[in-house]
Design a protein around this ligand. Structure first.
Ligand code: NDP
Length: 405
């Protein structure tokens, strides 16, 4: 019996989640898509109707307002809320789910607006309240975090007795033809990239200057690319939940063109998040920058090329060293043909739908607050193959480990 579903956020990712939920009417329905700007929901609902024949209700909500969001959950009878608004709304939507009695899922961990510092502690603090309410909250059900966490759990379950080293590698070889644009919300994206690099090594967090450490990696179907070490949110939960782990790092590709633009924007102060006075008002430079950059949702029809995101995992099996690579390749143009979106929104929105499916079908229904690697990876891995994100597995030569510093 399909379950009433509320999607909050009608950006690039919300568009994909709406399409993908509508493709699985035996699990999701009726579906409501709500956001601050209802016209964005209307546009997506019209596209979903044209593509799938499924009617989606559009609604306006300010998800910073707990009471308003809880009322919407009650009115729609939503059993699950898929939060693909911005990380700033995570806590208010979790509160609203507790008030109205709905399961919760998001793709990015909470970050206070005034401080570019994302951490799970605020959301982990809801563990007892969700458990006592008999509700499930699933954190970070996008690609990275999300699928990358599930890849690690799957490798631990099937390929290793102990996992020692994890390197998460994210390549986007897509070309959108703009001099500078970000593939998801520019404000969130630039806050993440301009932060100091950080990785976990034998129980300690080690820091690097932003984008100061790079190496070459040969990505299947993309080729050799320079990847840069970044701090990324799944490191925080994986270093706790993977038994025997010694080190975990995250790497992402950036073109020289992207980095040059970013450097200039930083140098002139346009990436700052503290308000500055401008013509009798206060303006946050990064928020202003976001308003003049291309909307990520508009990149879909222009972007060509592929993404490859995966995990190289090293450890021990039957007393011998072992290395495995799990990854997904996604083609921007194919995504656009299917759901009118580029691959970054697609690779985030599909796992969000699958995470909600895991809750509604009972595979991952357990009261409490969970990161993805804490659930059984098998049904999720199977669903990736069914819903447009097929994964590949390559055993690697254990004699050629990833470079240590
Ligand atoms: P967009 O900026 O395109 O869309 C965000 C949407 O949220 C907009 O429709 C916006 O509405 C809405 N919104 C913002 N504030 C509120 C509010 N207070 N109440 C209701 N709606 C609100 O972002 P994306 O779609 O690119 O990204 C969505 C989320 O996905 C982000 O949290 C991002 O960090 C995450 N993400 C996760 C990834 C992963 O792999 N895990 C990868 C990429 C993204 P309006 O336009 O009216 O303001």
């Amino acid at each position: 019996m399909p379950a009433s579903t509320l999607i909050i956020g009608a950006g690039g990712v919300g568009n994909v989640v709406a399409h993908k939920c509508a493709q699985v009417p035996e699990v999701f329905g009726p579906i409501t898509l709500a956001s601050r700007t209802v016209s964005k929901c209307d546009r997506i609902a019209a596209d979903v109707k044209a593509a799938t024949g499924v009617e989606i209700e559009a609604a306006a909500v300010d998800a910073d307002n707990i009471g308003e969001t809880a009322d919407l959950i009650r009115r729609t009878g939503a059993k699950v809320v898929i939060n693909v608004a911005l990380p700033y709304q995570d806590l208010s939507i979790m509160e609203a789910c507790l008030q109205a009695g709905a399961h919760y899922l998001d793709t990015a961990n909470y970050e206070p607006l005034e401080d570019a510092k994302f951490e799970y502690k605020w959301q982990w603090a809801y563990q007892d309240r969700f458990r006592e309410a008999g509700l499930t909250a699933l954190l970070g059900s996008g690609f990275d975090p999300g699928v990358t966490n599930v890849f690690c759990a799957y490798a631990q379950k099937h390929f290793f007795d102990e996992v020692h080293y994890i390197d998460i590698l994210d390549a986007n070889a897509g070309d959108h033809g703009y001099p500078f644009a970000t593939n998801f919300n520019p404000e969130i994206n630039i806050r993440e990239i301009t932060a100091r690099g950080r990785y976990w090594d034998r129980g300690e967090w080690l820091e690097t200057d932003p984008l100061s450490w790079s190496m070459k990696f040969d990505f299947p179907e993309i080729g050799e690319r320079k990847v840069f070490l970044l701090y990324h949110e799944e490191l925080e939960s994986l270093c706790r939940n993977m038994n025997g782990l010694k080190r975990i790092r995250f790497w992402m590709t950036f073109s020289d063109n992207y980095l040059n633009h970013l450097k200039v924007l930083e140098n002139v102060g346009m990436t700052a998040i503290k308000p500055v006075p401008f013509q009798d008002q206060l303006v946050v430079p990064l928020q202003f920058l976001r308003s003049v950059l291309p909307d990520p949702a508009s990149l879909g029809p222009r972007t060509k090329g592929k993404t490859n995101i995966g995990c190289v995992i090293e450890g021990v099996k039957d007393g011998k060293a072992a290395r495995h690579y799990l990854y997904n390749i996604c083609d921007h143009e194919e995504c656009y043909r299917e759901v009118k979106s580029q691959a970054i929104s697609y690779t985030t929105g599909v796992p969000a739908m699958i995470g909600a499916r895991m809750i509604l079908e009972g595979h991952w229904l357990e009261p409490g607050v969970w990161n993805m690697e804490q659930r059984d990876p098998d049904p999720f891995m199977q669903a990736l193959n069914e819903h447009g994100l097929p994964w590949q597995h390559e055993p690697l030569d254990p004699a050629k480990p990833m470079p240590h510093r």
